[in-house]
Ligand binder design. Structure first.
Ligand code: B1M
Length: 214
């Protein structure tokens, strides 16, 4: 019985039907389905299908954004229940576009995918300097940071941030992942990041693996 409604949530999330997802999530809650089951077997399951299709170029950015909107519509109802039940996120990650850089479309997609996969995401916005990253990590007790850069002139600020974490004695406390169109795995290795992801869906696999959850 609960399996059927969870499947419907997944299917409608994949189709990006936000109002239907919201209605189904409410119905599942009213029927007494566990909030964590709604999250994992309904919402996250749908978002992970979208993530896989995005990686295989079977769907594109608009479909991901529409699915994420449907995910958020369901999350609004489920989040307070998860909090009440003391359900823990998989981990906390602070994400931002680095100092000097205002491009946020890719970063926002990464945030949505990570949230869709069960992470608590603290979005520190754009033009984020090392101090703001450090403050964000200290405030949220984050396990990881995710830095995005779209400009060849700003990608170097990723190293500045990594160095600042080392100077603050926090480098061993957080995993650092990086991404953005001009980046490569080589660049990530050179600056001492823990991982590089070429796209938003793979950022989830990367963080799972960095935090030993894969
Ligand atoms: Co800008 N811009 N832009 N721009 N812009 C580019 C990046 C550029 C390649 C255009 C070009 O010249 N062909 C060029 C950069 C050249 C370079 O450095 N090599 C450029 C430039 C030069 C500039 C300005 C300097 C222009 C000017 O003012 N003279 C200026 C800089 C402003 C600043 O940041 N200080 C500027 C401004 C802008 C707009 C404000 C107009 C707008 C940004 C709007 C916004 O983001 N809110 C804009 C846009 C839209 C672009 C293009 C057209 C599209 C970027 C984008 O959103 N792509 C871009 C040209 C292009 O790519 N065709 C361009 C879609 C997005 C989903 O991809 O962000 O790569 P992307 O994210 C991917 C992956 O990279 C990965 O996942 C995402 C999806 O799978 N990913 C991560 C990203 N971050 C990740 C983090 C991770 C993991 C994966 O882990 C943490």
């Amino acid at each position: 019985m609960s399996e059927a409604i969870l499947e419907q949530i997944t299917e409608n999330l994949i189709k990006g039907q936000a109002p239907v997802v919201k209605e189904l999530v409410q119905k599942a809650i009213d029927d007494g389905v566990d909030a964590e089951e709604i999250l994992n077997k309904g919402l996250v399951a749908g978002m992970s299908v979208i993530g896989d299709r995005f990686k295989r170029n079977e769907v594109y950015i608009p479909e991901v954004l529409i699915a994420a909107r449907a995910m958020n519509a369901g999350m609004e109802l489920v989040k307070p229940l998860l909090k009440q039940a003391g359900v823990k996120a998989k981990g906390t990650v602070c994400c931002a576009t680095v100092k000097g850089d205002l491009h946020d479309i890719g970063k926002n997609l990464v945030c949505m995918m990570l949230e869709g996969a069960g992470y608590e995401v603290v979005d520190l916005g754009v033009n984020c300097d090392a101090e703001k990253f450090i403050q964000g990590v200290q405030d949220s007790n984050a396990d990881a940071i995710g830095m995005s850069a779209l400009l060849t002139t700003t990608m170097t600020n990723m190293k500045t941030t990594i160095d600042a974490f080392a100077e603050a004695g926090l480098r061993d406390k957080v995993k650092i992942m990086v991404g953005g169109a001009p980046l490569t795995q080589n660049f990530a290795d050179e600056i001492g990041a823990d991982g590089y992801s070429p796209d938003a869906a793979s950022a989830v696999d990367l963080l799972d693996s960095l935090l030993g959850l894969a």
